[in-house]
Structure formats: structure tokens, C-alpha cells
Design a protein around this ligand. Structure first.
Ligand SMILES: C[S@@+](CC[C@H](N)C(=O)[O-])C[C@H]1O[C@@H](n2cnc3c(N)ncnc32)[C@H](O)[C@@H]1O
Length: 215
């Protein structure tokens, strides 16, 4: 209870496993959507966000990105050698991703808390700026468990998320979902999901993490 009370949920919605409802739960507000498609965000993803989140992290040669949105972070991952797959909840975003990236990236439309993907397939799973869009801490935990399931033994899960704070950030999340990751709880939550050696690093506005599936 203590933990749940401290999580910030900007839009309180009923968690639902149905894909159609889940898609509507994740919808970003219009301004937020436009920003995610902007050059400014693309530059930030390329020059700051992905390099910071993956500093010193080796995701290996078969990587899954969850919650790629409109592709700013996918564009950076796609330049790396090896195979890249993405799973995105919103149909329209998945279509846009296919137009830009297929066939060199496998684009799957689906829910990362319940992935239609086999066990132990990927060398790495990554996610950026998407965990706070899940409707509850429980759904974030389900995503962590799923990330662990689809990783090979020894595989790496890494990513980053926004912690909020700026006025602009709050404007982007009016009528939108924002379930803040509490950095001091994240290592325990990753271990509960099955990971080992979790490392979490928070700065004022963001948190990054990396953890490994046991060998
Ligand atoms: C703010 S966007 C981030 C996109 C990209 N990673 C970036 O940083 O530019 C978050 C994305 O996560 C997606 N998402 C939310 N919940 C999801 C889920 N359960 N499964 C897959 N994608 C999800 C949303 O549809 C949205 O496109």
C-alpha cells in the first residue's frame, strides 16, 4: 500500500488486459504525440537518451525494443549491427514503424505485458520513456517478468524512463498516463521479476537501469 500510494498516476484508469482497451489506455495526448514525432525529440534520443541509457551496456545481436512509439529510439537502435524487433501497443504507431523500418526491423503490434513471443529468444531487451505509460506498477512488473521470459539465459534488460518534474513534461501528460518509477524500488522489482545484478542510476529527471537474466 505504502508503495502504491507514492506512485503518481496522472490519469486514473481501470487496468484491462484486453488489447483494444489497453491501446486506448496507452494513448498519449496530442501534443505529446507531436513532440515524439519531432526532430527535437529525434535529436535528443540520438544524442542523449539512448547513449545515456545504454552507456556500457551490450545488448547483443538479437534485440527487442518494447514501446518504440514513433521510432525515435528505434532509429538509433537500428544502426547497431544485428537483428532488431519491436513491439508497440498502438496500431497506428506500429503501422508507421513498418513504413519506416520494415523489413530490416521486425515490427509487432502487441502488448509488452503479455508478449506473443517465445521464451529465451533475445540477447537483449530495451525500453525507453515507455514504462510510465503503463497504467499501474503491477503492469510495469508484468512487463519486467515478460522481458525476463523472452531473454536468453545471460541476456540483458536495459532502459530508461522519465521521472517528471518539468512543466513541459506535465503538460505532455495532461489526460495521459504517468505512473512514475521510483528509482529506489526498481532494483528490488527487477529482482522479483527474475533478474540478477540490477543497477539503477537516477538523475533529476530520468532513471536508467540494467539487469541480467541468470545464466
Ligand atoms: C512516450 S512513447 C516512447 C517511444 C520511444 N521509446 C521514444 O522514447 O521515443 C511510449 C510508447 O509505449 C507504448 N506502450 C505503452 N504501453 C505499451 C505496452 N503495454 N506494450 C507495448 N507498447 C506500449 C505507447 O503506445 C507509446 O508508443
Amino acid at each position: 500500500m505504502q508503495r502504491l500510494r507514492r506512485h503518481v498516476v496522472v490519469k486514473v484508469q481501470t487496468p484491462c488486459r484486453d488489447a483494444r482497451d489497453a491501446a486506448s489506455l496507452s494513448q498519449m495526448n496530442r501534443v505529446h504525440h507531436l513532440y515524439c514525432a519531432s526532430r527535437h525529440w529525434a535529436r535528443a534520443a540520438e544524442q542523449k537518451l539512448v547513449p545515456w541509457a545504454l552507456d556500457g551496456v551490450d545488448l547483443g545481436e538479437d534485440v527487442l525494443e518494447v514501446g518504440p512509439g514513433l521510432g525515435a529510439t528505434t532509429r538509433v537502435l537500428a544502426r547497431r549491427p544485428g537483428r532488431l524487433s519491436v513491439i508497440e501497443l498502438e496500431n497506428s504507431s506500429a503501422q508507421r514503424l513498418r513504413t519506416e523500418f520494415a523489413p530490416r526491423v521486425d515490427v509487432l503490434q502487441g502488448d509488452a505485458t503479455n508478449m506473443p513471443l517465445p521464451d529465451s529468444r533475445f540477447s537483449g531487451v530495451a525500453c525507453f520513456t515507455m514504462l510510465h505509460h503503463l497504467p499501474s506498477p503491477e503492469s510495469q512488473d508484468r512487463l519486467f517478468t515478460e522481458a525476463c521470459r523472452v531473454l536468453r539465459p545471460g541476456g540483458v534488460f536495459a532502459g530508461s524512463d522519465s521521472l517528471g518534474g518539468s512543466v513541459v513534461f506535465w503538460l505532455f501528460h495532461i489526460t495521459d498516463t504517468f505512473v512514475r518509477l521510483e528509482p529506489e524500488e526498481l532494483a528490488d522489482r527487477l529482482q522479483t521479476a527474475g533478474f540478477v545484478e540490477p543497477r539503477v542510476h537516477a538523475i533529476k529527471s530520468s532513471v536508467r537501469f540494467v539487469a541480467r537474466k541468470p545464466k
